[in-house]
Design a protein around this ligand. Structure first.
Ligand SMILES: [Zn+2]
Length: 295
């Protein structure tokens, strides 16, 4: 599932190709993409729009038009965008929409599992819609450790669950939450509110560094994620813990373990990331399930 580094990599590649271009034709072939609006209704409203900017907030790609409208694209599980010169799009059974620009080039939207969404918002709606769903940008200067501390305070949920909440930190998902907590040496099951100020600073730093490396590698391609030019990300070969159950921790050599947190597969180092001391009884359960899942 694309997270901040993947969506940011898509944005960075699309922006120079799209900005300043006018949309000539739009064909949306999957009614799920634009629900509750009909695909043709959205297509007609997009045709003629001049693209002013391609932005990102959290995992949302925001295509802003001169008219003040904006198209919010969420890739969800398996969505991706492909840009090609006129006639250059590959045949694709999972293609759900094609936007033709005034230079003849096409942007195709592909989505195997069809959870992605296209939402066209009118000018007054855009900021409020996004801000209600997405918290501070973790790579922005305005995101400070004390902002993260405020987002974790009073929450009894595991710190990993709190990080996955998009209102705590925008754009962090399953992969980069695990990588950030490993960098911070904080166990994913620690209650969010139990972190010390020093640990919060470490998580703040860990989130930033994990995301920055992800962006530098143009995201991670596990199955479906591709860049608009069709190439893959390179981050998947550099995970420290994610998906590495049984392999040695890069820091201490202890085998990485896998548990479930907030319903998601979660990888951590049992030595670097000490379990919640107050929950010593529950810490035996994760290690049992990790043995089962690593078989
Ligand atoms: Zn370790």
């Amino acid at each position: 599932m694309p997270e901040l580094p993947e969506v940011e990599s898509v944005r960075a590649q699309l922006a120079p190709l799209l900005e300043g271009r006018r949309i000539e034709r739009v064909a949306i072939t999957d009614p799920r993409l634009t629900r509750p609006l009909a695909p043709d209704e959205v297509a007609v409203r997009l045709e003629g729009e001049l693209i002013r900017a391609v932005d990102r907030r959290g995992k949302y790609l925001i295509v802003r038009f001169e008219s003040g409208r904006a198209l919010l694209i969420h890739l969800r599980m398996t969505g991706s965008l492909r840009h090609a010169r006129a006639g250059g799009l590959p045949d694709d059974p999972y293609e759900r929409a094609v936007v033709t620009l005034d230079d003849g080039s096409d942007v195709a939207y592909r989505d195997v599992r069809r959870f992605g969404t296209w939402l066209l918002l009118e000018p007054p709606e855009v900021g409020a819609y996004v801000d209600a769903r997405v918290g501070l940008e973790p790579l922005g200067a305005s995101f400070r450790p004390r902002d993260l501390a405020a987002g974790l305070a009073k929450r009894r949920a595991p710190v990993k669950a709190a990080l996955l909440d998009q209102r705590t930190v925008a754009g962090v998902g399953n992969i980069y939450a695990d990588e950030a907590l490993w960098r911070a040496r904080v166990h994913p099951l620690r209650p969010a509110a139990s972190l010390t100020a020093e640990e919060v600073r470490a998580v703040h730093r860990g989130v930033r560094r994990a995301l920055e490396l992800g962006i530098a590698r143009q995201g991670s391609t596990l199955t479906d994620y591709r860049l608009p030019d069709g190439s893959s990300g390179r981050m998947q070969t550099e995970f420290n813990v994610y998906g590495r159950a049984g392999e040695p921790c890069p820091r201490c050599g202890t085998p990485i373990e896998k548990i479930r947190v907030a319903g998601r597969g979660t990888w951590y180092c049992p030595r670097c990331q000490r379990p919640p001391q107050a929950a010593s009884r529950s810490s035996s359960r994760p290690s049992r399930s990790s043995r089962q899942s690593s078989v």
